[in-house]
Write a protein that binds this ligand. Structure first.
Ligand SMILES: NC(=O)c1ccc[n+]([C@@H]2O[C@H](COP(=O)([O-])OP(=O)(O)OC[C@H]3O[C@@H](n4cnc5c(N)ncnc54)[C@H](O)[C@@H]3O)[C@@H](O)[C@H]2O)c1
Length: 344
């Protein structure tokens, strides 16, 4: 993996919703240089560069067909993969084979066996492979985790999360998303297991499709997941593909000595008091706004690992595999309507 004077050349694959966020963070960091933007629609890359006033010649635009030169370029230290999920595995494998470190949007692959093969390759090539569970870097969620792990609040009784998306993702996105568990629930499953600090022993799911188009594609959009843990901790995850009142992201941990709660953030905190009612701002519209700080912090963390300032990735191979295996168990539980006993 090449690095020059502690600065890093980056190639970004996929300039859609997630790619645009990471691109915005890269160009704000002087130690990072976007050498290539790759997309099946190169025009989208050109528009992104123009919109961000990137001087001509600084970043090469490339179609996926012509992307071998990206992997051959020794100035590229790491690759960011923000293509649709079904494209991750191939790009991650090509990057690792070329000795590049990889920052990949979740999920790394469609199941934990395939993800694990990529982690094995990253260890063989001695380059980091990061799975972008950005909620770990959200200051409020990280604080809840740290306080619970330190035992400040006694033992955990119950962990509850709510994740309701906004806006409703496009049907085109949902069709190739990998399904609600691998695409959406993985963030919550990761958060719950990270805070519980153990592996669940069973998972039980009920789900329904309230949107006819989602039903027609064989997926669900409304889900309740219950996880039990050997210590006795119980967790529930509530998911929806669409909340009309903006992006709803909440976390609650009930412990012996009290309850920790991370509510929604709003764009502003103004409240208008009338004679009969109080009005305030809605939660943030969507993930780019809600997790703005977390996306930047996870990129900084990844770069610190590359530069040796931090000795290991916060999100580990075992944790990513566990989350992916639980997502698959959720699919089984939904299908069979039975609890799935879980061991990994
Ligand atoms: N962590 C998060 O909060 C978060 C949020 C959104 C999306 N994601 C993840 O990011 C990934 C992308 O999602 P999105 O919403 O940005 O999708 P998107 O459809 O908005 O963007 C995907 C982009 O990739 C391009 N593309 C498709 N195939 C490609 C290929 N082979 N090579 C290069 N470019 C290619 C598309 O043209 C498009 O520009 C998904 O895996 C998703 O799970 C994560």
């Amino acid at each position: 993996m090449a690095k020059q004077n502690n600065s890093f050349g980056v190639a970004l694959f996929g300039v859609g919703r997630a790619g645009t966020i990471h691109f915005g963070n890269i160009i704000q960091r002087p130690r990072l240089q976007v050498l290539y933007l790759v997309d099946i629609f190169p025009k989208n890359c050109e528009q992104l560069l123009e919109k961000n006033y990137v001087p001509p010649g600084r970043t090469q635009v490339c179609s996926y067909e012509n992307s071998q030169k990206v992997f051959d370029d020794e100035n590229v230290s790491f690759v960011i993969v923000t293509t649709p999920t079904d494209q991750h595995e191939e790009i991650v494998r090509r990057a690792l084979d070329a000795g590049k470190a990889v920052f990949c949007e979740k999920p790394i692959a469609v199941d934990h066996t395939r993800a694990d093969q990529l982690f094995a390759l990253s260890e063989e090539r001695k380059v980091p492979l990061y799975c972008a569970f950005q909620r770990r870097f959200d200051p409020s969620m990280a604080r809840i985790h740290d306080e619970v792990i330190q035992g400040e609040h006694g033992k955990v009784h119950m962990i509850t999360t709510f994740s309701r998306d906004s806006p409703l993702p496009s049907m085109q996105y949902l069709k190739i998303s990998g399904g609600i568990f691998h695409d959406c629930a993985v963030h919550d499953i990761d958060m719950v297991c990270w805070i519980a600090n153990e592996k669940p022993d069973s998972v039980f799911v009920r789900g329904t499709a309230r949107h006819p188009e989602i039903k027609a594609m064989g997926d669900v959009d409304t889900v309740a997941i219950t996880l039990t843990f050997p210590s006795g901790v119980l967790a529930t995850i509530h998911l929806s593909r669409h909340a009309t009142y903006h992006y709803d992201q909440r976390l609650e941990v009930h412990c012996d000595k009290g309850m920790l709660q991370c509510g929604n953030e709003a764009a502003d905190i103004v409240q208008t008091f009338g004679s009969n009612s109080v009005q305030g701002a809605l939660p943030h519209f969507s993930f780019p706004q809600r997790y703005r700080v977390a996306y930047a912090a996870e990129l900084d963390h990844f770069v610190q690992v590359l530069s040796g300032e931090c000795d290991r990735l916060l999100v580990t191979r075992d944790e990513v595999n566990l989350v992916s295996a639980i997502a698959t168990a959720c699919e089984e539980s939904l299908r069979t309507q039975q609890p799935v006993q879980f061991s990994l």
